[in-house]
Design a protein. Structure first.
Length: 552
């Protein structure tokens, strides 16, 4: 080994060791890339706080991961994605708000009422945020509730309110915004949907948080009612017409004029010709009076009252009897009366205007040429009849229905090619991995053949003996010049590249000293031999050919 180390040299041995270390590291890297499993997205679009919590949990679980972008996208091995999501979800990662699990802690003993109220509010906000995130198109949500405390001796109570911040994947419809308002309002006692403010991640107000009163509330309700009514009619017309002409070949616009005046009428009608006995009362009275003779000397009579008449003696006269009967009947009659009360609160439709545009038929021949054909008058008349029947057309009300047949504008995007099936069952990610492994493998093979193999061969090649090196260096020396007369007969001539014989040049003074060779050829000596070869290439080639033809 000492002879090998001395023959190779310390500098050259260090270079060869460095190259070997670099090759080893490269091959280890290639082996790691090839053996590394494919990675898939675990979570995307995380904020820095949630991303830090998730990566800290992955580090504690000793799961390899890779963060891309600004750290919001985390990649993990594909075969562990589902398991990791379930494991992190059980620990509320990424955090979707603190829910009712905040009360699962066993150290709640001794907690003040203020802390309990705060935890209850946080739990309600977290549960609402989780519920809102289940709606399609919503990526993240935060809910803030303001629930005033009920004062014992206060007559007026403050109304609860809420604010919601959403991060959406697209635009939300009006129905979705209203659904979120009602969802939040129903979770707190005494809160109305008008007290819920909704803001998206772009800072746009999707729904106001102030309760409207008076004319503003009335105008907003009327506009909403009109829009909903027009949408219902439009969907009804499009549904029935599209079933005839095909989906996407009809456009409908509806304009409704609705009178929202609140009218209340009460009418009473009396019919004098129609009467009904209400009650009858009958009173009957009988009176009986009698007077016997001698019973009453002071009886008063008509004869006694006449002037000059003689008074009847007392205790004399004949007996008299008097009877009287009185009957009274009262009948009460009720006159027929009709009371009618009518109230119009939802508005009255005064006029309806409907515009319908219907596309014709298009036929494409074998050459790709499209021919448009308008619909017949009979078809348009039947479609118009269908539209009038669907909206409840009333000519006396002034309704207008216009059905027109016109060609729709078409954007030629070219033939839509079907989605190509994965080649050999591999998707783009798999093919990218295969190509990456192939390139690294090819690079490793090239480095092995052109760098590693010559290096190893050079390291384990047998070293030349000192006598062989001296003979080779002596043979490499150039002979002394011969006299001019003897050059034609005695000087050796070798076949060179040209047809004429080539005579060797006179030797130089700077030659290789055989005595200085000690087991290896010095660099200066090799450099001198190289300079001689470069100066006389044809002569060097002739010498090499001579060596090749010499018998061994």
């Amino acid at each position: 080994m000492s002879d090998i180390f001395k023959a190779i040299g310390a500098a050259r041995f260090g270079v060869m060791a460095g190259i070997a270390a670099a090759l080893t590291a490269f091959f280890l890297y290639v082996a790691g890339v090839i053996s590394e499993p494919a990675k898939s997205v675990l979570f995307a679009g995380l904020d820095p706080r949630d991303a830090a919590a998730v990566t800290a949990k992955l580090d504690s679980m000793q799961v390899p991961y890779e963060a891309k972008g600004d750290g919001g996208t985390i990649l993990v091995p594909s075969d562990q994605v589902t398991k990791l999501r379930m494991e992190l979800a059980s620990q509320n990662l990424p955090a979707a708000g603190v829910g009712y699990e905040i009360f699962d802690k066993s150290d709640a003993f001794g907690t003040t009422a203020f802390v309990q109220n705060i935890n209850s509010l946080r739990a309600l906000e977290g549960e609402l945020a989780r519920s809102i995130q289940t709606i399609q198109g919503i990526e993240a949500a935060r809910v803030h509730l303001v629930i005033p405390e009920r004062q014992i001796f206060s007559h007026d109570q403050q109304t609860p309110s809420a604010s919601v911040v959403l991060r959406t994947a697209g635009s939300l419809s009006h129905e979705q915004v209203q659904a979120i308002q009602h969802l939040v309002a129903a979770a707190a006692a005494g809160m109305s949907p008008d007290r819920v403010a909704i803001v998206d991640d772009k800072g746009e107000l999707l729904a106001g948080g102030q309760e409207k009163t008076g004319a503003d509330a009335t105008a907003a309700d009327e506009e909403e009612h009109t829009t909903a009514f027009e949408d219902r009619l439009r969907q009804r017309i499009e549904s029935i017409v599209a079933s005839v002409v095909g989906a996407g070949h009809v456009r409908v616009q509806v304009a409704a004029n609705i009178d929202y005046q609140h009218i209340s009428e009460t009418a009473e009608t009396f019919d004098p010709d129609s009467k009904v006995i209400r009650s009858t009362q009958t009173v009957e009275q009988n009176a009986n009076e009698s007077n016997q003779n001698g019973t009453d000397g002071n009886a008063v009579s008509v004869s006694s009252a006449v002037p000059g008449a003689q008074a009847a003696p007392s205790g004399t006269g004949s007996g008299r009897k008097s009877d009287s009967t009185r009957t009274e009947e009262t009948t009460n009659y009720e006159i027929s009366k009709t009371t009618r009360t009518s109230t119009v609160d939802g508005g009255q439709l005064k006029r309806l205007s409907v515009a319908v545009v219907v596309d014709g038929t298009s036929v494409t021949d074998a050459n790709g040429k499209t021919t448009y054909t308008p619909r017949s008058r009979q078809d348009m008349a039947e479609i118009e009849s269908l539209v009038k029947s669907a909206i409840g057309f009333d000519q006396k009300r002034g309704d207008v229905v216009q059905v027109v047949n016109m060609p729709f504008a078409r954007i030629d995007d070219g033939p839509v090619a079907p989605a190509p099936e994965p080649f050999l069952g591999f998707d783009s990610a798999d093919w990218f991995k295969i190509i990456e492994v192939a390139i690294l493998s090819l690079t490793a093979l090239l480095l092995g053949f052109f760098v590693g193999r010559p290096l190893i061969k050079r390291m384990f090649a047998p070293l030349p003996m000192p006598g062989q090196v001296a003979a080779a260096m002596a043979a490499a020396q150039l002979p002394a010049p011969a006299p001019a007369a003897a050059q034609d007969s005695a000087a050796p001539q070798v076949a060179g590249p040209s047809t004429a014989a080539v005579s060797l040049p006179p030797p130089k003074e700077s030659m290789i000293d055989i005595q200085r060779i000690e087991g290896q050829v010095r660099e200066s000596s090799v450099r001198k031999v190289g300079e001689v070869v470069q100066a006389h290439p044809e002569e060097a080639l002739a010498i090499l050919r001579t060596w090749l033809h010499q018998p061994v």
